[in-house]
Design a protein around this ligand. Structure first.
Ligand code: NAD
Ligand code: ZN
Length: 343
């Protein structure tokens, strides 16, 4: 089968022939239809320091997908060939305290699809049946191909009650703008999104932000004043990984505010702890998706009118994968989709 392989320890990816993966007793083989490109895949493409430490070569990558079940292992129940599925890309150990308590998102030994084991940028992918998610009929193939990052946004946004609250989202990448759509959908009062990339402002507006702020040119305080906000944001969703954005968020929070942190900073980061202590802020780190409550909530919201389809800005057949990675690398894109079904 064809797969997008990290074949050499240098920048790039290569479309190569590799064997179709074997299906273990508890695994399912999925014929891949569409895949989403994630920031992680760009790190691997660029061969940055993190990927050099983390990725074994050669390996095909990718973890956002939708496809059809092609084959099920002998012990698998509940799925059959032809079922349309996406999948949770975090494969948990099943043995640690959190796994056994049903808190799989807190597993201490998580393996990442397309990071620690062969991924879904391929004609076929195999994952444990436990990780499969059956896609409801109303959800399109395209949207189903990026339920994984939508799940990141859902996990972060639903960490705190947003109803009637003023919400600050820092970072209008694909996940930040989907976070804005979710916050609006569940009934936040104001959803203010910050970014320094103008192309992403448009996307955030389209998906439901009340106000988009270019923090490089416009003071956030002024925007808060214009919106009639006097005490600060009730909830902060950090989705940029940028230290400056996080510091600004802490400063802009109300006393007793709640902050969920999804964005991954480059390295260690100094913050003003006085903001946290004297304001009594609550900080929560977010990794992945809750298994499988996040998936359940996400599907339910998509069926009840949450519309995030516009986050997709580019689509390419797999033969054009280079163009897809190039547009992602420019930052002038939302979600970029690779189609494996077209020839
Ligand atoms: P992205 O890189 O596309 O988006 C980040 C955005 O932040 C960019 O648009 C960038 O212009 C913006 N930004 C930079 N400086 C800023 C500033 N000072 N103020 C406001 N915005 C600023 O990333 P994404 O795919 O949308 O993911 C969002 C973040 O979540 C990334 O840091 C990613 O690594 C992280 N992530 C975490 C998890 C997890 O499980 N914790 C999973 C997926 C992604
Ligand atoms: Zn575990």
């Amino acid at each position: 089968m064809r797969a997008l392989v990290k074949a050499k320890r240098e920048p790039g990816l290569w479309l190569e022939d590799v064997p179709v993966p074997k299906v273990g007793h508890n695994d399912v083989l999925v014929k891949v239809l569409k895949t989403g490109i994630c920031g992680t895949d760009i790190h691997i493409y660029n061969w940055d320091e993190w990927s050099q430490r983390t990725i074994g070569v050669p390996m095909h990558i990718g973890h956002e997908f939708v496809g059809l079940v092609a084959e099920v292992g002998s012990e698998v129940t509940g799925f059959k060939p032809g079922d349309r599925v996406s999948g949770e890309g975090h494969i948990t150990c099943g043995n640690c305290r959190n796994c056994r308590a049903g808190k799989r998102h807190l597993c201490r030994a998580t393996q990442g699809l397309g990071v620690n084991r062969p991924g879904c940028f391929a004609e076929y992918v195999t994952i444990p049946a436990f990780n499969l998610f059956r896609v409801p009929e109303e959800i399109s193939d395209e949207v189903a191909s990026f339920l994984d990052p939508l799940g990141n946004a859902v996990h972060t946004a639903l960490s705190f009650d947003l109803v009637g609250e003023d919400v600050l989202i820092t970072g209008a990448g694909p996940i930040g703008v989907m976070g804005a759509a979710i916050a609006a959908h569940v009934g936040a009062r104001n959803v203010v999104v910050t970014d320094v990339n103008e192309c992403r402002h448009e996307l955030a507006k389209k998906l439901g932000a009340t106000r988009v702020v270019n923090v490089a040119t416009e003071p956030l305080d002024e925007v808060m004043r214009q919106l009639g906000m006097t005490e600060g944001f009730d909830v902060g969703l950090e989705m940029s990984g940028n230290g400056g954005a996080f510091k600004q968020m802490l400063k802009s929070m109300i006393h007793g505010g709640r902050v969920a942190l999804l964005g991954i900073p480059n390295g260690e980061l100094a913050i003003d702890w006085n903001q946290v202590i004297f304001k009594g802020l609550l900080l929560k780190g977010i990794y992945g998706r809750e298994m499988f409550e996040t998936w359940y909530k996400m599907a339910a919201m998509l069926r009840s009118g949450l519309d995030i389809a516009a986050v997709v800005t580019h689509r390419y057949p797999i033969s054009d994968f280079k163009a897809a990675f190039e547009v992602m690398r420019t930052g002038q894109s939302g979600k970029v989709i690779l189609d494996w079904s077209a020839n």
